[in-house]
Design a protein around this ligand. Structure first.
Ligand code: SF4
Length: 579
């Protein structure tokens, strides 16, 4: 497998084989390793010394390995200034794997203001002019590219938010059935790609397989069994998607509501997974879609608004940040906001956070879906208020004079209030990525390693629970596989068996966790060199000072416990035996 370096200054394309000792490097492990080794920690995230790395995982291209085609996008974050990795589903990771590509590295800065695209095909990897696509948002862009280059392409691209280098801009990846609805959303990856002058990466679809496999027969046997288990155990995701969480998290009292001022949303039922499924069934949308080849879980959906607007992949985080967090209980309005974010190429989490902050500042009323749509439309127009909203919750709060800033390291909190779900608060505070639930999400009833107190509002053991989930999720991120296969002991054990069959080496649960631990420590080290200390691994003070209605918890996990997660805790502490 190879890494392809594209120098955007002089247009040269260089291929480099992955060294044997790094044959297993993929996903977040590859992006974070390259950023840590090659990007000066004090480099400007949009400058010539920064790099953007797009990496798939070990099994990309092997559609029989379940959920294994995720694309990681890594860089120094334009939003946080820390190291960053965000990953997306879609089918580009799979097809890049079939060209023998594990990673694309975008380097330098373009010599002019012209937009370019990278075309990956059997004829090689070429840098072409994309000036005809300048100013297009993602849906029009993929339609135009397919018109010009053929229908059988997978596309990684940025919309007008990335063109403006806004710090909440995402990188979109086309879903297996076409739309640009899968996003590496967090931390401004789209701005970093925009700074390299790359509007799109177009990958011709290709049959065949990904990288070499040591024991094909054993891999097939294991994956058949694992896929069957995933299909049977994840029925709720197929039926309701991640939106199944809206009602239970609201009932728990931990749903981000009106700029994180309450934990229960009175309109939760109207934007819940159950309401969405009913509407989808009534209006002829779809549920149970797969975002990439070879997914047996199929958590994706397609929602249709009353006026006919089609919205792909309406998920829990978007429903909460663009819905409850803005006090909006109109499902069509929330879905349209999500569609606009996908189209402009914006992180729905930080955008919902920014709109919530604008509501708290009095620019519009909580609950006003129509005004929220008008405000969001400003992003694509490039107006001053649009640039503020497109730069995320922390910047919006600073500009608009809002005291309650729902962010850590300048990245907006996800859909869970950390007072009602304290393990999540530990993850927000301590992950090197800024507030990010995907770094290790202790949602209710998700166990860690061994017996732990799982009461979400009890502070006991939440440092251990967060650490466990950060290393288990990190293992999945390093392999480039979907976290909905489950950051849990039994799943990571499955991946260890699959890794053993693929590589011919002995992989264990513990070995995978050690890889993830070392990867996270590398990321923390980059952040320390970039000027971030333990003092940045904290939540904003209002989460400690202001009880969360209606149940009244505060975030009360002390600094020593937080520092243990980023410092002293090791895999040996959690997994003494090599299982
Ligand atoms: S479970 Fe959902 S996000 Fe994961 S690969 Fe399948 S469709 Fe994509």
């Amino acid at each position: 497998m190879k890494i392809v370096r594209i120098n955007t200054t002089d247009g040269t394309v260089t291929e480099q084989a992955l060294p044997p000792e790094r044959a297993h490097y993929g996903g977040r492990l590859l992006t974070s390793t390259i950023v840590a080794e090659e990007v000066p920690p004090l480099a400007h995230p949009l400058g010539p010394r920064s790099k953007v790395i797009l990496a798939n995982g070990m099994f990309a291209g092997h559609a029989n390995v379940p959920c294994s085609g995720r694309m990681s996008v890594g860089c120094k974050s334009p939003m946080t200034g820390t190291i960053k990795e965000a990953n997306a589903g879609g089918d580009a990771g799979c097809y890049l794997g079939r060209y023998g590509i594990r990673g694309l590295v975008l380097e330098g800065l373009p010599p002019d203001a012209e937009w370019r695209l990278i075309h990956v095909s059997d004829d090689g990897i070429k840098l072409l002019s994309a000036s005809q696509y300048a100013g297009l948002n993602n849906y029009d862009l993929v339609e135009a590219v397919r018109r010009d280059m053929g229908e059988k392409v997978s596309i990684i691209c940025i919309g007008t938010a990335g063109e403006q280098r806004l710090s909440a801009a995402s990188v979109a990846v086309t879903s297996a059935d076409g739309p640009p609805s899968r996003h590496a959303g967090r931390g401004g990856t789209g701005a970093a790609m925009g700074a390299k002058g790359i509007k799109a990466i177009v990958v011709d679809m290709k049959s065949g397989q990904g990288g070499p496999i040591a024991d094909e027969e054993e891999l097939r046997r294991l994956c058949t069994e694992f896929a069957r288990e995933l299909h049977e155990s994840k029925q709720v995701l197929r039926d309701y998607g991640t939106a199944n969480l809206v009602n239970p998290i609201s009932e728990l009292g931990a749903l981000a509501t009106r700029n994180f001022s309450a934990g229960t949303f009175e309109g939760a039922e109207k934007i819940s997974g159950e309401a969405m499924r009913e509407t989808i069934d009534d209006r002829g949308g779809a549920h149970g879609r797969a975002c990439m080849p070879g997914c047996p879980i199929r958590s994706a959906n397609r929602y249709v608004c009353a006026d006919g607007t089609v919205v792909d992949d309406v998920e829990f985080e978007s429903l909460t940040l663009l819905g409850a967090n803005c006090g909006i209980d109109d499902l069509d309005a929330v879905a349209k906001l999500e569609r606009m974010c996908d189209d402009f190429g914006l992180d729905t989490i930080d955008t919902g956070g920014a709109i919530g902050v604008a509501m708290e500042a009095g620019l519009l009323e909580f609950g006003d879906g129509q005004k929220a749509i008008e405000l969001l439309a400003e992003v694509s127009k490039g107006s001053a208020i649009g640039k503020i909203i497109g730069s995320g919750a922390a910047l919006a709060a600073q500009v608009l004079g809002v005291r309650r800033v729902p962010a850590v390291k300048s990245q907006g909190l996800s859909a869970y209030d950390p007072r009602g779900l304290k393990g999540m608060g530990v993850t927000y505070a301590t992950t090197p990525m800024g507030a990010d639930h995907t770094a290790g999400a202790p949602i209710p009833n998700r166990p860690g390693i061994g017996e732990l107190n799982l009461d979400p509002m009890d502070k006991q053991d939440k440092d251990l629970l967060s650490y466990d989930l950060q290393v288990m999720t990190g293992a999945l991120d390093a392999l480039g596989v979907c976290m909905f296969t489950g950051p849990q002991v039994s799943t990571v054990e499955w991946w260890a068996r699959i890794m053993s069959a693929a590589t011919g080496e002995r992989w264990t649960f513990r070995r995978l966790l050690q890889v993830a631990h070392d990867m996270i420590r590398t990321e923390i080290d980059f952040n320390r060199r970039a000027g971030f200390s333990e003092q940045h691994d904290r939540l904003p003070e209002h989460f400690e000072l202001e009880p969360l209605p209606p149940k009244g918890p505060v975030f009360d996990i002390g600094d020593a416990a937080l520092d243990g997660v980023t410092g002293s805790l090791t895999v040996d502490d959690r997994v003494p035996d090599d299982q």
